[in-house]
Ligand binder design. Structure first.
Ligand SMILES: C[S@@+](CC[C@H](N)C(=O)[O-])C[C@H]1O[C@@H](n2cnc3c(N)ncnc32)[C@H](O)[C@@H]1O
Length: 273
């Protein structure tokens, strides 16, 4: 299986920052920007998902299950819970924790052997192409099953690099409606997730400063090589500068929306009548 392009970012959160969960968090207004508060915010986000699972469900598939923290919790709660991830590292990590079954594929390639009462997508819907998205979910669900999505979406009018990741929110809702998915619950989480980005920006700034301090001696002693390296890395540097907007909380709030969405999958015959 080919590696997902986002693997490096996910490994950075996990292996460098020591995060167990790979999603944004729900911050309280009084929270200061710290790694400990991010971890607490991520746990709060997970609680929101768990507390809003539909009643009377038994089987759940966590699509894009990351490090398996939610999956493990769902199993402990007594659900028949399975995971799916296209990422080989994540799959191996979860198997080592005894979290089978983990389906190792992209959701768009998944061929379910049996139906599930609920499909959970915590920050993974954005990676799955919209064409075929709801059809794939319908095939994965038992009749009357639910889809729980927690993710960010692009707003109409968004521009530049920020418009590139995530589904367009209006298109996503329209596609859901067209495909017979009724929105049963929703909550706008945008304001509550922004501090995750503020913390990312502060951390990126610290890393930049550390690099500047760490290379100071070399730059002083070798101006020629410094100029050459700068020239060589110019394109990468400019791209990095451009990408910094991705962790700008204000730009995020202008161009994106972070939503909790719970859909009920209606039966096709019921829709037609
Ligand atoms: C941002 S992480 C979120 C992980 C986890 N759900 C969480 O909330 O911590 C995105 C997850 O989606 C997975 N993913 C990426 N593309 C996918 C696809 N096409 N189908 C299913 N999962 C995908 C990644 O491997 C990763 O596990």
């Amino acid at each position: 299986m080919e590696k997902h392009s986002n693997d490096r970012a996910l490994r950075f959160y996990q292996e460098v920052l020591g995060l167990e969960r790979l999603h944004y968090g729900l911050w309280r207004p009084e929270d200061e920007l710290s790694l400990a508060n991010l971890k607490a915010a991520q746990k709060r986000y997970e609680d929101l998902i768990v507390e809003n699972l539909p009643d009377r469900i038994r089987s759940i598939i966590d699509v894009g299950c990351g490090t398996g923290v939610l999956l493990s919790r769902l199993k402990r709660m007594g659900f028949q819970a399975e995971g799916l991830t296209p990422d080989r590292n994540q799959q191996q990590l979860m198997q080592a924790q005894g979290l089978a079954p983990i389906h190792h594929c992209r959701f768009e390639e998944f061929q379910p052997q049996s139906g599930y009462d609920c499909v959970v997508m915590s920050e993974s819907a954005q990676y799955i192409p919209l064409a075929g998205f709801f059809g794939g979910v319908r095939t994965t669900l038992n009749p009357g099953g639910h889809l729980l999505v927690c993710d960010y979406f692009v707003l109409d009018g968004a521009r530049g690099i920020l418009a590139k990741s995530g589904h367009n929110y209006e298109c996503f809702l329209k596609a859901a409606q067209r495909e017979g998915f009724r929105l049963a619950k929703s909550r706008d989480l945008t304001g509550e997730v922004l501090k995750t980005l503020e913390l990312a920006k502060v951390t990126a700034e610290k890393i930049r400063l550390a690099l500047e301090i760490g290379t100071e001696k070399f730059r002083d002693r070798h101006p020629f090589w410094t100029r050459l390296i700068k020239l060589f890395c110019r394109k990468k540097y400019l791209r990095l500068q451009e990408e910094m907007v991705l962790i700008d909380a204000q730009e995020f709030a202008k161009n994106k929306t972070y939503q909790f969405l719970l859909f009920e999958c209606r039966e096709v015959a019921q829709e037609a009548s």
